[in-house]
Design a protein around this ligand. Structure first.
Ligand SMILES: NC(=O)c1ccc[n+]([C@@H]2O[C@H](COP(=O)([O-])OP(=O)(O)OC[C@H]3O[C@@H](n4cnc5c(N)ncnc54)[C@H](OP(=O)(O)O)[C@@H]3O)[C@@H](O)[C@H]2O)c1
Length: 292
């Protein structure tokens, strides 16, 4: 893919590892100004150097953000807006999927950590960036879900257990948040029709996770990841879909899509298309994100 991204400003969250880092290299390599949003100063600074050198570009910067914290999201967006008046694309790639977590962790905002990081605070970040995205139109919002959702054909949003207060499993919390991202994508696309801001969701499949990120895992999980890796895509291959959604000129008016790969739309489960649930999810999320 050989796009010209000079003059494009693109935020990538979770840009220090895996698909986010690979996408940052590809986007910066084609001339985009990439803003890498990362949680850890140490990992972020190392990744910034790696991306600059791999992309042979200096038009890359780092902003720290812990996506589990609303204050951190607000601060990161303030920092971005103090330096930039234009935003062409935001890629909401960061996600918490620590399968060693057995009990719910409650954030400083009183939310269950997985739902906060992988859904509520993505909503918050988008809301805070929306005026700038509209002023920069045509512009694009890219969300990230998981192909694992196909193993949950009846999954819906459990509004009575959003904080995992009744029962918690990492698996359920992760897929509920990803289902919420899919529904949010469809709903936001409707809400933004006519603004020139599009919203599309990537359905990420089995992608190899760097060894260094697996060292802390117990043996049985390591074995599982080793097995999965035999059939996995590389982060670079998956990042091509991020790149296509961020850059392909044919997509200026394409919104509300769910994609496995370039030019490969897929269907979400039936519940994801329920407009009433989408609206309820919007209202609940707006309250939890304190944007109403
Ligand atoms: N790999 C797969 O097989 C697969 C399958 C389905 C969906 N996905 C989705 O694909 C996306 C990218 O995953 P990946 O495979 O590239 O995994 P990865 O290499 O583990 O990258 C995840 C990124 O998210 C960041 N992150 C996690 N929690 C964060 C927080 N609270 N604040 C800020 N950043 C945070 C991580 O930063 P730290 O270094 O600070 O942890 C890291 O940069 C995720 O949305 C994931 O859910 C992946």
């Amino acid at each position: 893919m050989n796009y010209n991204l000079a003059n494009k400003t693109i935020i990538v969250t979770g840009a220090n590892s895996g698909i986010g880092k690979a996408a940052s290299i590809q986007l910066a390599g084609l001339g985009a100004h990439v803003v890498m949003m990362c949680r850890s100063k140490e990992r972020g600074e190392q990744a910034l150097q790696d991306v600059k050198s791999a992309a042979k570009s200096d038009k890359i910067e780092l902003i720290l953000v812990d996506m589990s914290s609303q204050e951190a999201v607000r601060k990161a967006v303030r920092e971005f807006l103090s330096r930039h008046s234009k935003l062409d694309v935001v890629i909401h790639n960061a996600a918490n999927f620590d399968h060693t977590q057995k009990k719910p962790v409650i954030t400083e905002d009183g939310l269950e950590n997985v739902f906060a990081t992988n859904h509520v605070n993505i909503f918050l970040m988008t809301e805070l960036l929306l005026d700038t995205l509209k002023q920069s139109a045509p512009s694009r919002i890219i969300t990230v879900a998981s192909k694992g959702l196909i193993t949950y054909p009846f999954l819906d949003i459990d509004f009575n257990n959003l904080a995992g207060e009744k029962k918690f499993s990492m698996q359920h919390a992760y897929y509920q948040a990803k289902q919420a991202q899919v529904m949010y994508t469809f709903d936001l696309a409707e809400r933004l029709k006519g603004t020139g801001v599009t919203v599309n969701c990537v359905r990420v499949g089995n992608v190899a996770i760097p060894d260094t990120r697996l060292e802390h895992l117990p043996k049985f999980l390591l074995k599982m990841y080793e097995m999965k890796r035999k059939f996995a895509l590389t982060p670079e291959k998956m990042a091509e879909t991020y790149m296509w959604l961020a850059a392909d000129p044919s997509l200026d008016d394409v919104t509300g899509g769910y994609w496995d790969a370039p030019n490969t739309p897929v269907k979400a489960n039936k519940n994801a298309y329920n407009r009433e649930t989408q609206k309820r999810l919007w209202n609940e999320t707006a309250k939890l994100a304190h944007v109403v």
